[in-house]
Design a binder for this molecule. Structure first.
Ligand code: GLU
Ligand code: ZN
Length: 503
């Protein structure tokens, strides 16, 4: 595909763009996560900026090393490269939050000292009771600020009771307004954004603290993330302001853009537990990374009114966050497959053949490794390339070449083998036996003439031949396939089908 490189549009405010992709290593990577990574990557590349890859692994109960490995593997497979982060390093290392705990403890202490945060001694039950009461009275049910102004004596008394406090951030008593890069101006009234916890009673810092602290320290200029995080944005903006006052980080508040929800089956939000959401599924089925990324970029964005297949270079050239649509996007598997199929067609034959490799070998391929014939594969590869939707389909398309017997699909057999098929097959066999096997055309003529002898058009005449030789009613072009399979094996398979019909 054409590689389009033209000077990128200047970044808003002309500060060098620094964005981050900062997943938590839980479970398996899913398509929603990949969409977020992709938009950040495209935005960074478009603006010749920096993509920071940060691992938010502060929740020891949920995070795993295995999941961390899968995240890195997914990014490498997709071809989404990062400029700072794991395995790459960078000026703000380490990029795994589990290795930055002293940073967060220090910031929490400074927030407490400055009065921007306070100790809250309320127990979970007390909070729940007051929440219920507030709800019943029709008042906002968030934290009520009870511990905002405790005296030293009150704190000591709570401690004497054996209570361990959490640290709560003190929200300013004013409306927080910001201009979302996707949604425009948004305002949050103080009664809707209560004071919130930033450190657990056991001292463990929460996402609410570590995420903005690292964004501030790492000089993040733009935060592009899912709409599900929109409610945390006013809290984080207030926290950035407090951090700037304390001199933590570079002082600026990033601009935010919230990417639209992705809807799955039945117009429900695609959940990360949805099997359809698993990145592995697409990888195992043989989506090309570029095909999948092309499709995922269309979840909330569009390339142009009349083109939805494009290269990553073209995506980078065109990608503007202002063009992202705030409306929910629908995940459409058929469209994803169609776009992937187009990307398969766009490969050069060599790249296509290479991409098919995993499915031509164990454990995916059902044939013995020594039965694989490279020359036969090279001969049919160009025909396969125009037909596949996903690469894993290659196995069923070429297995007739490498298995001793075709795999008979019973439905295909019943459909193709009709009254009179045996007579047709006998004539076809005779003609094929006498044909010139140096090209596909004489083989086609052999079957055509056999069909004429039985009053059948070519399409009808070739169906039983195809099923006898390949086991299926659909597949690669038949006469090219026969030629690659060879005279001897073709005739033997027709004989076997005749025997089966007679039996
Ligand atoms: N670790 C957070 C998550 O995976 C990051 C959210 C954000 O981008 O701010 O949800
Ligand atoms: Zn409290």
């Amino acid at each position: 595909m054409a590689s389009a490189t033209s000077p990128a549009a200047p970044a808003p405010g002309d500060t060098p763009v620094r964005v981050r992709f900062c997943p938590s290593p839980t479970g398996n990577p899913h398509v929603g996560l990949v969409r977020t990574a992709l938009f950040n990557w495209a935005f960074a590349r478009h603006h010749h900026g920096t993509l920071v890859f940060r691992i938010e692994d502060t929740d020891a109960a949920r995070d795993s090393e295995e999941s961390y490995g899968r995240l890195l593997d997914a990014m490498r497979w997709l071809g989404l490269d990062w400029d700072e982060g794991p395995e790459v390093g960078g000026p703000y290392a380490p990029y795994r939050q589990s290795q930055r705990m002293d940073v967060y403890a220090d910031v929490a202490r400074r927030l407490l000292e400055a009065g921007r945060a306070y100790e809250c001694y309320c127990s979970a039950e007390e909070l729940e009771t007051r929440r219920e009461a507030a709800r019943a009275a029709g008042r906002p049910s968030g934290y009520d600020g009870q511990c905002r102004d405790l005296t030293d004596g009150q704190r000591a008394a709570y401690r004497a009771e054996g209570r361990d406090p959490i640290v709560r951030f003190r929200m300013p008593d004013r409306t927080v307004t910001f201009t979302d890069l996707v949604r425009g101006e948004l305002s949050f009234a103080p009664e809707n954004v209560p004071d919130y916890g930033i450190v657990r009673a056991n001292g463990a810092p929460l996402y609410t603290l570590v995420n903005p602290v690292d964004d501030a320290l790492m000089g993040i200029t733009h935060v592009l993330r899912g709409e599900d995080l929109l409610s945390s944005t006013p809290r984080q903006i207030a926290l950035y302001e407090a951090l700037a006052e304390l001199g933590v980080g570079t002082g600026g508040t990033p601009l935010f853009g919230h990417l639209p929800y992705v809807m799955g089956e039945g117009n429900k939000k695609l959940s990360k537990r949805d099997p359809q959401a698993s990145l592995n599924l697409y990888r195992e089925r043989g989506f090309l990374p570029d095909g999948l990324l092309n499709y995922l970029s269309l979840l909330g964005w569009s390339f142009s009114a009349d083109q939805d297949v494009f290269s990553l270079d073209e995506l980078v050239e065109r990608f503007e966050i202002a063009d992202v649509n705030a409306n929910p996007a629908r995940f459409d598997l058929k469209k994803a497959e169609a776009i992937n199929a187009d990307h398969i067609r766009l490969l050069d034959v060599k790249a296509f053949a290479d991409a098919c490799e995993p499915w031509l070998r164990a454990p995916f391929a059902p044939w013995a490794p020594e039965a694989f014939d490279e020359a036969a594969w090279q001969a049919v590869a160009p025909h396969a390339q125009t037909r596949l939707t996903v690469l894993s389909d290659i196995t069923a398309n070429v297995d007739f070449l490498f298995l001793p017997e075709p795999v008979f699909d019973e439905a295909s057999w019943t459909k193709a083998m009709k009254e009179g098929s045996d007579a047709l097959l006998r004539t076809a066999r005779e003609n094929l036996a006498a044909a010139d096997w140096s090209a596909p055309e004489p083989l086609k003529d052999a079957v055509l003439v056999a069909g004429e002898a039985h009053g059948l058009k070519l399409g009808k005449a070739q169906a039983p031949v195809r099923v006898a030789v390949t086991g299926r009613t659909v597949g690669l072009p038949l006469f090219e396939s026969l030629q690659v399979l060879g005279r001897e094996r073709t005739l033997a398979r027709i004989d076997a089908a005749l025997a089966r019909l007679a039996g």
